[in-house]
Write a protein that binds this ligand. Structure first.
Ligand SMILES: Cc1cc2nc3c(=O)[nH]c(=O)nc-3n(C[C@H](O)[C@H](O)[C@H](O)COP(=O)(O)OP(=O)(O)OC[C@H]3O[C@@H](n4cnc5c(N)ncnc54)[C@H](O)[C@@H]3O)c2cc1C
Length: 441
């Protein structure tokens, strides 16, 4: 953008300069990118979404959405009914400290009372199609290799990419670029925005298994993983596990480890997963002969571990901005939430006649994400440090699990970010106050 000179004689902002390929380029068509592109296109913005893979494609994930994620789908206008192919769940089953409990999702004004599971292979295609139907243009098989930065101003004015079967080198230009390229964050790295070491990180692996547990009303979370190869002496393993029913004959089984744990970076995660699952009941089916595909893993960038979220024409959204919730490793909901906040700022920026005023609207994005999640993520960072200590975790599981139902509901609300910020009950007010009092991440 080059100042007030790009206002046309009709008084409209000519948001595009000669030679631009779009008003906004969105890099990556995962949940962050597709949500961003859908909101922008709906507002009449000419948006070009560049995606390195070709749909349908697999994405390593647990495939589970809490009501926080479902709210984002509903906001986007997506039909989340079971008839439309979503497997609903009514809460979280937590196992730990010798106790199993089923916690139903809370009844709230802000969030629906159900979560869903849908494999990312299908989920991501559905979201990308939604964005295209809203008017976004999508180029698949197009890998962005870095930002185009204008020498004179230092602003990002486009991206370099390799596209098509011939991997043709191209540049696409637009006054604004949105990095939704996930944890690899290639675009942010190309302009020197590095990962912050003072924020938590996680690593997680998952695999699908054919299992009779494929239909379950609850997502299942294992606070302790046991090696039961010696039946006389079970051994506690590092990490936390999940078993998410997919409803198609399979279960998505996986585990994660936080960077605050000593085992982080020093563990063979695939071997760990096999050891844990070998100790689960035979009839659940988590054995080699029932496995579908390989064990695959990826990093979980948490608690805003890449900032600034806005810099000279480039916005970081979703995993690219480290938006995963440090309390529970959930990332889809937050990728979509940050996309919505970013889209709002971009739409407002593009409607303004001068460069200075547009810049002001764009600078609001980091403020908006901090206001929405900063205090909560800071608390999550402290939480992740605490539970990285096995002693704290052991005490918390042993003595925390049998606590009163009321307390358990409080913990679920806190860990899953499911509270009404404005008109909730006493637990909601307590969490809201704590997040406001905690200095932002
Ligand atoms: C094992 C595991 C389990 C998880 N389980 C859950 C779960 O159950 N629920 C949950 O909410 N979250 C879960 N998460 C986190 C969740 O997967 C992420 O937070 C979420 O996918 C972030 O969305 P995103 O759009 O920001 O990034 P991504 O989903 O990673 O999307 C990025 C997109 O950009 C594309 N891309 C990347 N680089 C380029 C490039 N250079 N050029 C062009 N395109 C590019 C990619 O192909 C991809 O389509 C899990 C993560 C892992 C690793």
């Amino acid at each position: 953008m080059s100042g007030g000179d790009d206002v046309t004689s009709s008084g409209q902002t000519d948001r595009r300069r000669a030679g631009d390929d779009a008003q906004v380029i969105v890099v990556g068509a995962g949940p962050a990118g597709a949500t961003m592109a859908a909101y922008l296109a709906r507002a009449g913005v000419d948006v070009l979404m560049l995606e390195k893979s070709t749909f349908p494609r697999e994405k390593v994930c647990g495939d589970g959405l809490t009501p926080r994620g479902v709210k984002q789908l509903i906001d986007l206008g997506i039909d989340t009914s079971e008839e439309a192919g979503w497997l609903h769940n009514k809460g979280l089953r937590v196992l730990g400290g010798g106790v199993t409990m089923e916690l139903d999702w809370p009844q709230l004004a802000t969030f629906p009372p159900y979560g869903v599971v849908r494999p990312r292979q299908d989920f991501d295609q559905l979201l990308a199609d939604h964005a295209v139907r809203a008017g976004a243009r999508m180029l698949q098989n197009t890998t962005v290799t870095g930002a185009v930065v204008e020498d004179r101003t230092g602003r990002v004015t486009g991206v370099r990419a390799k596209t098509g079967p011939e991997r043709t080198q191209v540049a696409y230009r637009a006054p604004l670029v949105i990095a939704c390229d996930g944890v690899s964050a290639r675009l942010a790295l190309s302009v020197g925005i590095d990962k912050r070491d003072d924020r938590p990180m996680g690593v997680a692996v998952r695999r699908y298994y054919r299992s009779p547990r494929t239909n379950d009303d609850y997502l299942e979370s294992h606070l302790e993983l046991w090696d039961r190869s010696d039946p006389g002496e079970p051994r506690l393993l590092p990490g936390y596990g999940w078993l998410f029913p997919v409803g198609d004959g399979t279960v998505n089984a996986g585990l994660g480890i936080l960077s605050t744990s000593k085992a982080y970076g020093r563990t063979d995660y695939r071997a760990l997963m096999k050891t844990w699952l070998a100790g689960t009941p035979e009839e659940w089916g988590f054995r080699e002969e029932n496995a579908v595909g390989k064990i695959q893993g990826a990093a979980l960038p948490m608690g805003f571990n890449r900032t600034p979220h806005y810099q000279a024409g480039l916005l970081l959204v979703g995993d690219a901005g480290g938006m995963v919730n440090p309390f529970n490793g959930e990332g889809i909901a937050y990728a979509m939430e940050s996309a919505k906040l970013a889209a709002d700022c971009v739409i407002h920026a593009l409607a303004r006649p001068t460069a200075a005023s547009r810049e002001q609207a764009l600078r609001h994005y980091p403020v908006a994400v901090r206001q929405a999640l900063g205090g909560y993520y800071r608390m999550g960072g402290i939480f992740s440090k605490l539970i990285g200590n096995p002693l704290v975790m052991r005490v918390a599981t042993r003595y925390g699990m049998p606590i009163e139902p009321l307390m358990r509901r409080f913990v679920l609300k806190l860990l899953a970010g499911l509270y009404d910020p404005k008109d909730g009950d006493v637990m909601d007010r307590l969490i809201t106050t704590a997040t406001r009092l905690t200095p932002s991440a």
